[in-house]
Design a protein around this ligand. Structure first.
Ligand code: ADP
Length: 260
């Protein structure tokens, strides 16, 4: 498979001096779903922001289809990569359909305004993300799960071949977690390159083509889910309090300990 997104020898030190990424190499192909897992503070969000071009690495490079991401103008970058944050810092008081149309900003001509193609892209994204019935609701009045679907719809409407998603299931109940992973897998099956950070190791094991385990800013292991989610490695990284069982081609991983 041809590589679509590539990180090479990525280093990121924050101005505070914190070294969040230390020599990260990753390749993702079109149609591939890559889950980045690892403990809190491992550097997952930092890596995603570099992969989406929102944070410039201190050293190393990110390339999309062989083009250095850092050299692209913002609109050109937005046509190639969509970023879905964990949550919106401020939720705008707008209708869902207008918010999702906002995802088309890199395609809309400033003078002509949105065209039929833009509205069609919005419709496709809303229905692909199970958010069509939310179209006329206010974003501020949605539940966490509904808002997550709308954030994904906005990214899908952006029609970028690469989608980078930060912890999409963090605030969701189990049924919505399953739905979001199914949705991300379907976006990958459409041919997009989907990269997400998650703590949902069980669902990631079933939905992902590849898992990268990040520890202290370095890729500790990368490969097929069953290769990476090995009990010994997981206990080394996360500690002993885990239930780990191979099941149905995936791996069931849950926090498990005698409490009190
Ligand atoms: P994760 O997403 O895996 O929890 P992060 O990428 O958020 O990890 O953080 C990686 C490291 O970088 C942590 O040590 C964190 O404290 C540090 N860090 C994250 N964001 C900033 C920032 N804006 N300024 C300084 N340090 C940061």
């Amino acid at each position: 498979m041809t590589t679509r997104l590539e990180a090479r020898a990525l280093e990121l030190a924050y101005p505070s001096g914190a070294r969040a990424l230390a020599g990260v190499n990753l390749k993702v192909a079109a149609g591939e779903l890559l889950s980045i897992v690892g403990p809190n503070g491992a550097g997952k969000s930092t890596l995603l922001r570099c992969l989406a071009g929102l944070l410039a690495p201190t050293a190393g490079a990110v390339e999309i289809d062989g083009a250095p991401l850092g050299a692209l103008r913002p609109l050109e970058r937005a046509r190639r990569v969509a970023f879905v944050p964990q949550f919106l810092p401020a939720v705008p008081d707008v209708l869902v359909e207008d918010f999702v149309l906002g995802g088309r900003y890199a395609h809309i001509d400033r003078w002509r305004g949105p065209t039929r193609a833009d509205y069609e892209a919005v419709e496709r994204a809303l229905s692909a993300c199970g958010a069509a019935e939310l179209r006329e609701r206010l974003l501020t009045e949605l539940s966490g799960g509904q808002r997550q679907r709308v954030l994904l719809a906005r990214a899908a409407a952006q029609s970028a071949p690469v989608i980078v998603v930060d912890e999409p299931t963090a605030a969701l109940d189990p049924a919505h977690q399953v739905a979001v992973f199914a949705l991300l897998a379907s976006l990958a099956r459409e041919g997009r390159c989907v990269v997400l950070a998650t703590h949902e190791l069980s669902l990631a094991s079933r939905a992902s083509d590849t898992i990268a385990l990040l520890v202290c800013g370095q890729v500790r292991a990368v490969g097929a889910p069953l290769e990476v989610l090995q009990p010994r490695l997981l206990r080394e990284v996360y500690g002993p309090d885990l239930l780990i069982e191979a099941r149905d081609g995936g791996v069931l991983v849950a926090p498990w300990a005698r409490l009190g």
